[in-house]
Design a protein around this ligand. Structure first.
Ligand code: ATP
Ligand code: MG
Length: 225
């Protein structure tokens, strides 16, 4: 027991006998020197990559995969762009039955929304109606993809329109290729078509490790919509 009545084992580690304490501090110093050297090397590598990345042009970004976070990521980028005063537009190819929070917020911030008239395609089960609705939104998308004043376009859930063949792939590729040089486009949705992945600059696949829904937890306001 010590003066303050704490057992030795409860004392903080730096209350070691002098010799052990200086050994420990030597070891700490070596570790921190090693860390510093490693970080310096990393910084040099990153700096040189930053220096060689000089190209500036609009990006095509794809967020695909089965995990949660694709639309969240797309809307996050739109919010980021709007925060910098950029002009953004959103096309939603599969509209949920609920008013989504991001639309309410971003429309108030001046973001143009083009929303497919039908609900989830598996709800309507009317293929012809879905195709007509998809084409209607696509006409608006073509305008957005030809508009020099729009800096960022989010094509949310567009991948399904291509996998169901509701939209013509060649037409989509052409519109993407001919868009203004500095316009960024984000495409979200599962199973993105290979042709779009090949032409994209950045592609991320969100993998599902687990999802609350699998445990019977219903979609939550502010989290899922
Ligand atoms: P979010 O809009 O939450 O970013 P997402 O765009 O990645 O999701 P979508 O396939 O568009 O995924 O899913 C829309 C809805 O389905 C959301 O409510 C989302 O929480 C839910 N969801 C997404 N991934 C899964 C999954 N792996 N299992 C069950 N539900 C999911
Ligand atoms: Mg989504």
């Amino acid at each position: 027991m010590t003066d303050n009545n704490l057992p030795e084992s409860d004392l903080p580690k730096n209350d070691l006998p002098e010799s052990e304490s200086s050994e420990a501090s030597k070891k700490d110093k070596t570790t921190s020197d090693k860390h510093k050297a490693r970080m310096q090397k990393l910084k040099e590598k990153v700096d040189s990559r930053i220096d060689s990345a000089t190209d500036e042009r609009g990006l095509l970004i794809v967020i695909t995969g089965n995990g949660k976070g694709k639309s969240t990521s797309g809307f996050g980028t739109i919010a980021r762009a709007v925060g910098h005063g950029l002009n953004a537009a959103v096309a939603q190819f599969i509209k949920g039955t609920w008013a989504c929070g991001e639309r309410q917020l971003l429309e108030n911030a001046g973001v143009q929304f083009e929303v497919m008239g039908t609900g989830f395609t598996w709800n309507t089960q009317d293929k012809e109606k879905d195709i007509a609705a998809a084409k209607q939104v696509w006409v608006k998308c073509k305008d957005l993809l030809a508009d020099n004043n729009i800096d960022v376009v989010l094509l949310d859930e567009m991948t399904y329109m291509l996998s169901y063949k509701y939209l013509d792939l060649d037409e989509v590729v052409e519109a993407l290729n001919n868009r203004p040089k500095n316009q960024h486009v984000i495409i979200t949705g599962r199973a993105c078509h290979r042709a779009i992945i090949d032409m994209a600059d950045t592609v991320s696949e969100v993998q599902s490790i687990k999802h609350a829904f699998d445990n019977g937890i219903k979609a939550q306001k502010g989290i899922d919509w």
